[in-house]
Design a binder for this molecule. Structure first.
Ligand code: KG4
Ligand code: ZN
Length: 344
């Protein structure tokens, strides 16, 4: 059974994993860099790239030791080749190229978004193509219709901020700390979601996309008005995001005929209010709702190894000239969303 080494370094997590084509996760490790970025309230690309250089070689040794395999036992080496912070992407991809060159094992250059989109299949063997994925993370907010390996239709994207970015910025405005998502969710628990009137950008619009920038500005105005408790702002903000995600996903579900499941991926999938709303939406459409375990929703290398395994099985390997890409749309045919192109 094919064994794939996966490497992830596109943002602020350094990760390595060993996964087999029959879904066994022999080892997976994620080294976060939160402490290094916390003083800046967000990810600093240069700090991230340097940290990847320092962490990655040891991490690869560790997963090999934990799985009790040698590099020579690996069938292919998969690494994120984009989209992401270019310095970090280069660190992971060049490491993979070096290993590929020295061992003669083929390289698989993986699109990070593709890895998120395929990740639910790793822990959910019953999941069949096609399915609809809501990918909500700090860098992305997209609805992808996954028809097969290498076949993705982007039904929606954000025209400004990603959902996780909106959580992070709201947390910063309310002084709740970084990363913002979990902090906002915690604060929201003791707040009244109906207390602060906030907009629901693009809800009800025929345009299929997402928008969160206006919501962030409204949070700023609510804070500066001095009329609301932080917990009420957090709860009202979270409810507004839930309403936006739900409305846009409903539109996509109606467009994505034949979908066998609604799947959520990305770090924002940790949010319980969002999960509950999506579960209800899926069930209203008679579809199963699939949420991979949280560790698989956030950035990790098992999903890179798994996407690598699927691509390798289909003969999709790459040369040592495979480029690192800051931007790499999964669906190059997707219509440009106004103001977009920035995130993916
Ligand atoms: O997928 P991820 O680990 O990294 C990328 O952005 O690729 O996602 C991180 C994002 C951050 O914006 C973080 O604030 C958000 O996911 N997040 C959450 C929650 N936990 C993490 N957002 C809302 N509620 C949460 N519980
Ligand atoms: Zn990600």
């Amino acid at each position: 059974m094919n064994l794939i080494l996966g490497i992830e370094s596109s943002c602020d997590e350094t990760a390595a994993a060993l996964v087999t084509a029959d879904r066994r996760i022999l080892a997976h490790r994620v080294a976060g860099q939160e402490a290094a970025h916390r003083p800046y309230g967000g990810v600093v690309p240069e700090i991230a790239a340097r940290a990847h250089v320092e962490i990655l070689p040891d991490l690869i040794e560790e997963v090999l030791a934990e799985a009790e395999v040698k590099l020579a036992d690996v069938d292919a080496i998969a690494a994120t080749a984009g989209p992401g912070l270019i310095g970090g992407v280069m660190v992971g991809l060049l490491t993979a190229k070096g290993l590929s060159l020295s061992t003669g094992k083929p390289l698989v250059a993986v699109n990070h978004l593709e890895a998120h989109a395929l990740s639910p299949m790793l822990t959910e063997p019953g999941l069949a193509f096609p399915y609809l994925v809501l990918l909500v993370s700090g860098g992305h907010c997209q609805l992808l219709f996954v028809e097969g390996v290498g076949h993705y239709r982007r039904l929606a994207t954000t025209i400004d901020d990603a959902a996780g970015e909106a959580f992070d910025k709201t947390a910063k405005l309310l002084g709740l700390g970084y990363p913002g998502g979990p902090a906002v969710e915690r604060a929201a628990q003791s707040g009244n979601a109906a207390a602060v009137p906030l907009p629901r950008p693009l809800v009800g619009s025929a345009e299929p996309h997402f928008s969160f920038a206006g919501l962030k500005s409204a949070v700023l105005r609510a804070r500066d008005s001095g009329r609301y408790a932080d917990a009420d702002i957090a709860a009202s903000f979270q409810q507004a995001v839930v309403d936006c995600l739900l409305d846009r996903t409903r539109v996509a579900l109606e467009a994505a005929s034949g979908a066998t499941a609604l799947v959520v991926a990305g770090g924002v999938a940790a949010n319980q209010a969002i999960r509950a709303a999506l579960t209800a939406l899926a069930h209203a459409h008679d579809l199963p709702f699939v949420a991979p375990p949280l560790w698989l929703c956030t950035d990790n290398a098992a999903m890179i190894a798994w996407a690598g395994a699927l691509r390798f099985a289909g003969g999709l390997v790459d040369g040592l000239d495979a480029p690192a890409r800051a931007r790499w749309p999964l669906d190059p045919d997707a219509e440009k969303a106004r103001g977009a192109g920035v995130k993916a």
